[in-house]
Design a protein around this ligand. Sequence first.
Ligand SMILES: *Cc1c(COP(=O)(O)O)cnc(C)c1O
Length: 387
Amino acid sequence: MHLSDILFHLGEDRSKYFNAVAPPIIQSSNFAFDSIDQFRSMLQHEMESHIYTRGNNPTVEILRKKISALEKAEDTLVFSSGSAAISMALLSQIQSGDHVICVSSPYTWTKLILQDYLPRFGVSHTFVDAREVTEIEACIQDNSKVLFLESPNSMTFELQDLSACAKLAKQHGLITMIDNSYSSPIYQNPIEHGIDLVIHSGTKYLNGHSDVVMGTVSGKKEHIERIFHAEYMTLGAIISPNDAALAIRGLRTLELRLQRSHESALKIAEQLDQHPKVKQVLHPFLPSFPQHALALRQMRGAGGLFSIHLDIERIEQAEAFVHALKHFTMAVSWGGHESLVLPTAAFYKIKGRDNSPLPFTLVRLYIGLEDPDWLLEDLLQALEKMG
Ligand SMILES: *Cc1c(COP(=O)(O)O)cnc(C)c1O
């Protein structure tokens, strides 16, 4: 199906709602039945029927269809956050005594559910530097069930070879899942490489306007049905119809936003790569990136997120750089309309907490939809002010 068809028409049956061009927000918890027979038949197909909004809601259903098509998946569930999506996907595949293999620098809360939470239920894990598939193979145990990938990750952007990982996992009977938030479905479709479950923090590019927290899990019907009847219905971390409508609106410009961010970020990254006060730029689409060839092989673009290492000696210089920026908002998250800066220095000198394992020279930039030259000018003047 054509991308434009997915973003502008798929799942939208306008004849059902007065031919309204924008789909309605069906803000109802409950749906009425005409007869017991109809009630019974709907209960048999709860995932597609309209019974109760914790199961399926017509507005959310439109979003499910679009994201499935974007990720070339058979079905999708939408959750109240990306972290919920990650947790539910993991929980759906494990039980007490099982082992999970996960990339070594995943998103913080992916790390925490494996490290701090699941051990309470007898689930063990190994974090592995998964840039080489042989390293993953060395971690496989008899009780390994899941291989959890994040390629690229969202701070230092290490990649995994998706096809090789999927092949290895199949040989050993592991389910593969990937956090695909960095690339969005516009720039990477892991299912085409044989990955089983594709997860997004929809808070980032899918919604794209910094006003909704949501997550998605896409995959084969059998996997998604299993999550629906267990984790989705019992734990109940659903998205509201109102947020789903915002996300549908966000998707209208998904392709445009990604193109703009990709082009602007690459242009800015190339300029910073030449700058004497920047020691290194970490961006998968720069030729200097160690896994550049792999990035070109499995991704169609990189979006707006990359990091730089400042050429500095003291943490105060990183602080001065960030404080001198005028057009970047200092914040966590990314994938919205606005450009952001996330200094690793903020994760140092916090009372009662260890310093970040990442060096304070590292600064993450998210390039949003503003004029790239206007942003670059701001970065260049801030580099002059860091001393
Ligand atoms: C933000 C983020 C998440 C978590 O998503 P939430 O919607 O904030 O729960 C997961 N993975 C990555 C890569 C993220 O950037």
